[in-house]
Design a protein around this ligand. Structure first.
Ligand code: ATP
Ligand code: MG
Length: 432
């Protein structure tokens, strides 16, 4: 696309005949001035091209204009010249160089990665950090994850919905909420779209999906938790946990396919290799007895520790669905199993030792729901709006939620979830 600044992206130059004049726009990645010759590497989002000016051949004005600090934004017009010594096999001989916005400050760190920078500094200047190829690769992969999820949804008849993020009350109890002022009232930022996707299914939409921000005022700073994260969610009507688990496996497979297909180069940039692992399922009861046999102290009624999750990976492989957790440790709305009410029709997907998804068949019977609330010491009166929804034709239903940053973390080999949120929110960080 030709405009005022460019005629081609760098990646398009390979097919341009030698001698043609082109215009590229981007950042000065590197420069090298060896007196009679100046090399400048221009980087745009598609690649890097070498621009070479030589005393005697290039216009002296152009030579002067090439003397730019790294990360200057420029548009350069030049002629394509074959050169087998250059990595793309050609270079650009400049005829015009324009600095579009001279730098006013020095760079906080090296975009080329020659000098490693601390995560905190990179996050403070995320707009600079995004120019690093490793950071670009992470967000390319994240975009492929979202494509994979949407492909799955489209193929399996899920309709996209937009639940609200401002809610009147907690839907799950437990997790801490962010309170906000809402005109004369108090309101909260939603910790999950749970209730709204259920209402959509009760409303007759058989299968719904959504990608939504969720907000959790978790006070602890961990490498696995953000205070604002993104969930990829589904809910389906006339379904139990096994139906939803089958869909979770399909979604996971579709996401891995999309990443392998769209982001092979990004995986290479990050030095990550992965095979499409088969997802194994195991019941909670079987899993804890196997863990116990391998030295874990876990007992029925306890959640897996991080060490347990790591051990599960060793025992069962990279991708495991653990199902039928004890009813007492799951959200109150999880359906108790009809054959064994001590456990619920709930499940988690653990990938490379980290929980990336949770789900359950939901209780759709008001009396059961009231009992479940009371058992947890919660007042059913405070959940009246929710319970009433099950009194006017609510079918059995089930669903799950997949954490976008968590799955991105595991697919990119990142050690801190903040790497996988473009502008992460944690206890300390509200900017940029
Ligand atoms: P955990 O026990 O690991 O804190 P959770 O069980 O409280 O997570 P769920 O309510 O099951 O989380 O949320 C669904 C999914 O959303 C999780 O499986 C995870 O992938 C992701 N997720 C949950 N909380 C966070 C968070 N604070 N930061 C990033 N991702 C999160
Ligand atoms: Mg969970």
């Amino acid at each position: 696309m030709r405009n005022e600044y460019r005629s081609h992206y760098v990646s398009e130059l390979a097919s341009v005949p030698e001698g043609s004049e082109v215009e590229v726009a981007g950042w000065v990645h590197e420069t090298r001035n060896i007196g009679k010759i100046i090399f400048l590497l221009l980087r745009d989002h598609s690649g890097i091209v070498q621009v070479t000016a030589k005393e005697g051949t290039s216009d002296p004005q152009v030579m002067k204009a090439m003397d730019l600090p790294k990360e200057s934004v420029v548009t350069i017009r030049g002629r394509i010249k074959k050169n087998p010594q250059v990595r793309n096999g050609f270079e650009l001989l400049p005829v015009r160089v324009i600095d579009l916005n001279p730098l006013e400050r020095s760079m906080p760190f090296e975009v080329t990665g020659k000098v490693p920078a601390e995560l905190d500094v990179r996050l403070n200047y995320r707009y600079v950090d995004l120019r690093r190829k490793e950071t670009t690769a992470i967000f390319n992969i994240q975009s492929a994850v979202l494509h994979g999820f949407r492909n799955f949804a489209a193929k399996n008849g899920f309709q996209e919905i937009r639940p609200p993020s401002i809610v009147e009350a907690a839907t799950e109890g437990g997790a801490d909420l962010f309170q906000i002022g809402y005109f004369e009232k108090k309101a909260y930022l939603a910790q999950s779209p749970q209730i709204y996707k259920q209402l959509a299914v009760i409303g007759g939409m058989d299968r719904v999906f959504m990608t939504v921000p969720v907000f959790r005022a978790e006070k602890h700073n961990t490498i696995f938790h953000l205070n604002e994260s993104t969930q990829m969610d589904i809910e389906m009507g006339f379904a139990d946990h096994n139906d939803a688990i089958a869909m979770l496996k399909k979604a996971f497979s579709s996401i891995l396919d999309a990443v392998l297909k769209e982001s092979a180069a990004d995986l290479e940039t990050l030095g990550v290799e992965f095979q499409k692992s088969r997802v194994k399922d195991v019941t909670y009861k079987k899993a804890i007895s196997k863990l116990a046999a391998n030295g874990s102290k876990i007992e029925f009624g306890q959640d897996f520790s991080r060490d347990d999750e790591t051990m599960l990976t060793r025992l069962y492989g990279d991708a495991i669905i653990v199902k039928e957790y004890p009813t007492s440790i799951r959200a109150f709305y999880s359906m108790p199993n009809s054959g064994d009410p001590e456990v619920s029709n709930s499940y988690d997907l653990i990938y490379k030792g980290l929980e990336i998804s949770s789900g359950a068949q939901r209780i759709h019977k008001p009396s059961l729901l009231i009992g479940a609330l009371e058992k947890r010491g919660l007042d059913p009166k405070e959940f009246e709006f929710y319970i009433n929804a099950f009194r006017m034709g609510a079918p059995p239903h089930a669903g799950w939620s997949l954490g976008l940053e968590r799955i991105t973390m595991k697919l990119t080999g990142s050690t801190n979830i903040r790497e996988c949120a473009m502008f992460p929110r944690d206890r300390e960080r509200l900017t940029p």
